[in-house]
Design a protein around this ligand. Structure first.
Ligand SMILES: NC(=O)c1ccc[n+]([C@@H]2O[C@H](COP(=O)([O-])OP(=O)(O)OC[C@H]3O[C@@H](n4cnc5c(N)ncnc54)[C@H](O)[C@@H]3O)[C@@H](O)[C@H]2O)c1
Length: 456
């Protein structure tokens, strides 16, 4: 039985470790160790996983099934003890890499990543396959990590070649959480034939390769760039739609109706809908990894990434549009009961990192509103821990309802009991046509960022 260590039990690692531990023919195929940091956050995740609680709340029904299957694998456990690295046949690193600084001079502290790969390469078996799944600035594997591993192999008098693969994640926590690992295209680049073979051996069991064949690129930097470019593409498109959303709003046009007519063209079928803003761990930082890589790893001075930088700035400013709309409703928010529906950065997940809702909540706190946060998936808002999270609320007692996240549960809210002067703001296309119809029949003030044509 081959031994796999999955390092980092965050949104990526927890589900990946679970999927691998659940792989079974007659017997389980892999023994799996989930390795976390020796800090409060890491130890909490270890404790949960080992006591049969998946650390991330998800609406994906498949997750429960697969986690139950993995729990029955008696060779699946989680730890903070590093000696598992010595026995591993495959180590998959899914740790985070954060970004700081401003848009023109982003800073990436590569030290924790370097220390981590220094430690791994001091401990790993010479023929162990090391898979980097962390999103990194292009050039990181070949210019930063390989030299570290080489140095340690030399010190350890290891003559064999380094078995390294870069294969970025496309996981989407939410209702298709598991499928986004198992039934989705996977790109990789390998240091040599042996590492390619080892990688294919494992990932052709993780991924449904009949439908989603593994896609190989020649260099690590191409694989790293693929991830950054695809996320930048999305970030730029979101920013682009924001521009048109503002135009449509100010001109009293319904952008949803306009987009419907554009999507009919096959070449334009995936045009995005505008929304409240961009959040999450990836789209907010990945475009800047290119800016960093360009300047600090490849030392180019000829690429400015003007588009990408502008997109990040526009995306950061997006929630201001909805905030303005909210602010215009009352001169004084003191004692106004405002319910903010949705704290996460996206629907049906429990991730609040860089959530646009945070901007709205902070504004309403500043305005001294009597604020209620409703989020069915969240227990605690890490960025605003003083706020209590409610599962639902009696809307008939509220002065204003702000819908910020398209959680499925919100689509079931019955507006029939709403009081006459409650103002409803849909800041993210959250409500169904039927809900909007009921609100309008009740003659309540309704504002939607996407269809000002119908706003009262
Ligand atoms: N969340 C997503 O939807 C998503 C999608 C695609 C790609 N990614 C990328 O995958 C990577 C991980 O993302 P995430 O959302 O899972 O992050 P996360 O912050 O949720 O998880 C990272 C985990 O790694 C742990 N960790 C950090 N250093 C460690 C170390 N030295 N040893 C052991 N554990 C360590 C942290 O404690 C944390 O639990 C990032 O590079 C991210 O950009 C994330």
């Amino acid at each position: 039985m081959k031994h796999v260590v999955v390092q980092g039990l965050g949104f990526v690692g927890a589900v990946l470790a679970t999927v691998i531990a659940s792989l079974k023919k007659k017997k389980y195929l892999y023994s799996v160790t989930g390795l976390e940091q020796n800090n409060t956050q890491g130890l909490e995740k270890i404790k949960k996983m080992n006591s049969g609680i998946f650390p991330i709340r998800s609406t994906d029904p498949k997750l429960k099934k697969i986690f139950n299957k993995a729990k029955n694998n008696k060779y699946f456990f989680c730890t903070n003890e590093l000696n598992c690295l010595e026995k591993a046949d495959i180590i998959i690193s899914t740790i985070n890499l954060d970004i700081g600084g401003d848009v023109n001079e982003p800073t990436v502290d590569l030290d924790p990543l370097k220390r981590n790969f220094d430690l791994i390469s001091k401990k790993m078996k010479p023929d162990c396959l090391l898979v980097v799944e962390t999103t990194v600035p292009p050039g990181t594997c070949s210019e930063v990590l390989i030299p570290i591993i080489k140095k340690n192999f030399k010190k350890r008098n290891i003559k064999s070649k380094i078995n390294l693969v870069h294969s970025f994640e496309r996981v989407m926590p939410g209702k298709n959480y598991v499928n986004s690992i198992t039934d989705f295209w996977r790109v990789f680049s390998a240091s040599n034939k042996k590492s390619e073979k080892k990688f294919r051996g494992l990932y052709s069991k993780i991924v449904n390769i009949k439908k989603y064949p593994l896609m190989q690129l020649k260099s690590f930097t191409e694989s790293e760039t693929t991830k950054i470019l695809e996320n930048t593409y999305r970030a730029v498109n979101i920013a682009f739609m924001h521009e048109w959303m503002k135009f449509c709003y100010n001109s009293k046009l319904d952008i949803n109706e306009i987009l419907k007519c554009i999507r009919i063209r096959p070449t334009h079928s995936n045009i995005l809908s505008p929304g409240l803003g961009v959040g999450g761990y990836c789209l907010t930082k990945d475009p800047l990894f290119a800016v960093y890589s360009n300047k600090k790893i490849f030392m180019h001075d000829r690429n400015n990434f003007d588009f990408s930088k502008r997109a990040i700035l526009i995306n950061r400013s997006m929630p201001k549009f909805s905030i303005k709309l909210i602010n215009e409703q009352y001169k004084n928010f003191k004692n106004k009961k405002v319910a903010l529906f949705g704290a996460t950065y996206k629907e049906d997940i429990d991730d609040t990192r860089f959530s646009p809702s945070e901007n709205i909540a902070k504004e309403l706190i500043n305005k001294k509103a009597n604020l209620f946060i409703i989020d069915p998936l969240l227990k605690k808002w890490n960025e605003l821990p003083k706020l209590k999270i409610l599962k639902n609320i009696d809307i008939s007692k509220m002065d204003m309802l702000v819908f910020a996240v398209k959680h499925n549960k919100f689509k079931k809210i019955d507006f029939k009991r709403i009081k006459r002067n409650t103002i409803i703001i849909d800041a993210n296309n959250c409500l169904t046509k039927n809900q909007i119809r009921i609100i309008k029949n009740k003659k309540n003030k309704f504002l939607s960022i996407t269809s000002n044509r119908n706003n009262d």
